[in-house]
Every structure is written in structure tokens, then in C-alpha cells.
Design a protein around this ligand. Structure first.
Ligand code: ADP
Ligand code: MG
Length: 290
């Protein structure tokens, strides 16, 4: 595109809080085959809330919550905030030796017991049987909830189901992209049943789930290896390498600084529909060069 057209396109974007950082971003945004959205904080609000607590026989919801909270007090994960909020008012337990297990959960000690909390995969890796909780876990994941399992001394104590509402414009964004001939994918560290349920509600047919934080960029690379021109839209630190790898990286403006620094385009309004507006502006800009 001519420098003049790029200037006009950049100005048009800025009016909508769409910041194209360089001319190449406009040119690449005009020619995308697929847009990959991070789930948590991008398609969803990123404000998770505990909606149900299920205790194993012999335990109680209060015990499950207070033990989880003792560890999550040391975590910076958004799910930790939801658990701490729900545990407010319960007797506090002493947690120690906290360590994060990237993309799966956390471990530590609570009242002298070895505690693990996190997803299904973490429980499997630790050889912790879900027993009576399997059914509740499947039901809640099928409903699109993120399930956090809590185990002490190798035995499952219970689970905490967490919901994160989808952003109001997420579904119309997916529909409009598809109408523009652009494929849409969802990329998440969350488990497959949960991801599938949310994707189905939004009309997304490509679901990349159970992806560890270090592998998000590889998923983008795999799509590029199929000859596709790929955009990635994300908000978190763990999205940064994928934003860099993508042909166009879009950062949600309310996200982390690391994501914003790694992106080619910043969406200041944190509205996923601004991806559609950005593509429309980019296509309009390139048309003007002829
Ligand atoms: P996302 O890609 O959705 O942002 P992450 O990669 O951060 O997710 O985490 C993947 C999964 O690991 C979460 O869906 C959750 O089940 C589990 N997990 C990670 N950290 C925690 C934590 N501190 N507490 C509970 N669960 C966690
Ligand atoms: Mg996220």
C-alpha cells in the first residue's frame, strides 16, 4: 500500500482504539486465512467465578475450598483469585512450599499434608484416582466449566467448578469472520470437553485444547506449515510467543504488558469484534493502493 493509504488506515484504526504498530501489520491483516483466539481473557471476560464445589465422601465443600485457598494464596493465576474469593469467611489454613505447575495447577503443603490442585491431567500424572468425583467432573466439563481438582496425600478430596462468561461480542465476531472467508480457531490450556462446549456455543469448529503454555506458538506454526496465514489474538503472558509467531498478533488491550509488547496490533477496547474491524480497515487500505 502507499504510505498515504497506510496513514489513512492507521488513523481509521486509531479512531476505534485499534493500534497498528507498523505498516506490515495492516498488509498482513488484509490477507489472513485463519484467526486463532486464546480462550481465557480473550473470548471470555477473564473474570472466573466458582459456581459449584463437590466434595468426595468424607470431605466437605468447606474443607475443599479452604485447602485450595491455602495454596492459591501464593498463586497469580486468575483461577486462584476466583477460589480465594469463594473461600472468604472460611477459617484460614496454613499453606507452605507452594509451587506452580505450568499449565496444569499447583502443589504445596497445607496443615502438613501434601496437596495438589489443578486439572484432570495433573491428577493423572500424579496417579490420583478421581473415584466418585468422575461423574461430577464429566458433567461440569460438559457444561463448559473449568474443573479444578483438589487432592491431599494422594487422595482426591473434591473439585471446584469455575465459570468464565464469554464476552458479549464473541459469537458475532466468529460469525462475521467466517462470513468474510476467514477460518476461526480456539487455543487454550483448558481441557478439551470444556473448550469444545464453549467453542460450540460460539460456532468455532477448530479447537486446540490441552495446550501447555510453552506449546501455544507451536500450534500457530503447525497451521502456518499448512500454508495458512495466521492471526493470533491473546491477552496473557503465555500467549506472547504465539503472538510473535503469528503473521499478525493481536493483543487485547486490557491484557498483560508482555502480550501487548509482543503484538503487531493492540485492541484498546478489549472487544474481539475489533479483529473484524481491523481486517476490514486493512482490506480497505490495500484496495486503495491499486
Ligand atoms: P489458559 O490457556 O486457559 O489461560 P493455563 O495454561 O494458565 O490456561 O492453565 C491451564 C489449566 O491448568 C487451567 O485451565 C487449570 O485447569 C489448570 N491450572 C493452572 N494453574 C492453576 C491454578 N493456580 N489453580 C488451579 N488450576 C490451575
Ligand atoms: Mg488468556
Amino acid at each position: 500500500a502507499t504510505p498515504m493509504a497506510i496513514m489513512v488506515g492507521t488513523g481509521l484504526g486509531a479512531r476505534h482504539g485499534i493500534l497498528f504498530k507498523h505498516a506490515g501489520a495492516i498488509e498482513a491483516a488484509a490477507r489472513l486465512d485463519v484467526v486463532v483466539f486464546d480462550k481465557t481473557g480473550t473470548l471470555t471476560l477473564g473474570q472466573p467465578e466458582v459456581v459449584e464445589v463437590v466434595a468426595a465422601p468424607g470431605s466437605s465443600a468447606e474443607e475443599v475450598l479452604s485447602i485450595a485457598a491455602a495454596l492459591e494464596r501464593s498463586s497469580e493465576h486468575p483461577l486462584a483469585q476466583a477460589i480465594l474469593k469463594r473461600a472468604e469467611g472460611l477459617a484460614e489454613r496454613a499453606g507452605s512450599d507452594f509451587s506452580n505447575i505450568d499449565g496444569q495447577g499447583a502443589r504445596g503443603r497445607v496443615d502438613g499434608h501434601a496437596v495438589f490442585l489443578g486439572n484432570h491431567r495433573l491428577m493423572q500424572a500424579q496417579g490420583i484416582a478421581l473415584g466418585d468425583l468422575s461423574e461430577a467432573s464429566a458433567r461440569l466439563q460438559g457444561a463448559g466449566r473449568t474443573v479444578v481438582h483438589v487432592a491431599a496425600d494422594g487422595a482426591s478430596l473434591g473439585l471446584i467448578a469455575i465459570a468464565d462468561a464469554v464476552r458479549p461480542t464473541a459469537a458475532v465476531t466468529v460469525q462475521t469472520l467466517r462470513a468474510r472467508g476467514v477460518k476461526v480457531a480456539m487455543l487454550t490450556g483448558d481441557n478439551r470437553p470444556t473448550a469444545e462446549r464453549i467453542a460450540a456455543a460460539l460456532g468455532i469448529d477448530i479447537v486446540l485444547a490441552d495446550v501447555l503454555p510453552g506449546s501455544k506458538a507451536d500450534e500457530v506454526k503447525k497451521l502456518q506449515a499448512q500454508g495458512l496465514r495466521v492471526a493470533m489474538v491473546g491477552d496473557g503472558i503465555n500467549d506472547a510467543p504465539a503472538l510473535t509467531q503469528a503473521d499478525v498478533g493481536f493483543a487485547i488491550g486490557a491484557g498483560t504488558d508482555v502480550a501487548i509488547d509482543s503484538a503487531d496490533v493492540v485492541l484498546m477496547r478489549s472487544d474481539p469484534y475489533d479483529v473484524v474491524r481491523a481486517i476490514d480497515i486493512a482490506r480497505g487500505t490495500l484496495r486503495k493502493m491499486h
